[in-house]
Design a binder for this molecule. Structure first.
Ligand SMILES: [Zn+2]
Ligand SMILES: [Zn+2]
Length: 143
């Protein structure tokens, strides 16, 4: 959170209370968080945040590189290394919904050159891998 505040301050971005609250909520667990879960939680806290405000806050956090959107889940996850320019891959556990961010330069390079081979211009590169995390795999073995 301090890191996030520092990044926003450096860029002169407005890090409002709501944006802080949303970022904290996204960071609460290792799971990706859906926008309506955020709305629900804000409502139970007595807030009056409207969906467009929350979506704007999420766009802001994404623009600042503080969160990533997991397209296949339509959910958001905090970025462990904000402020760094990086292309990441996401390991998504279909069992416990934990999302882990990994960054493999070799993989993003391979994707880029495959696209270049087709003269395709990549706007956004997101690799989302679905499967079973190590913890769930262990649990399944034990069961
Ligand atoms: Zn990241
Ligand atoms: Zn799992």
């Amino acid at each position: 959170m301090e890191e996030a505040e520092r990044i926003c301050a450096e860029r002169g971005s407005r890090f409002t209370e709501l944006r802080k609250r949303i970022l904290t909520m996204i960071w609460q667990g290792h799971k990706a968080v859906k926008a309506y879960d955020l709305l629900d939680q804000l409502a139970t806290e007595g807030g009056s945040a409207k969906p467009p405000t929350v979506y704007r806050a999420l766009d802001f956090l994404m623009d600042e590189g503080l969160v990533h959107k997991i397209q296949s889940l339509n959910a958001y996850i905090g970025c462990p290394h904000p402020g760094e320019d990086h292309i990441s891959q996401f390991l998504i556990c279909d069992n416990c919904e934990t999302v882990e961010e990994v960054s493999s330069p070799a993989l993003s390079k391979a994707v880029s050159s495959a696209a270049a081979g087709q003269s395709f211009q990549i706007k956004r590169q997101t690799v989302e891998l679905h499967g079973t995390c190590s913890k769930c795999a262990k649990d399944q073995k034990a069961a």
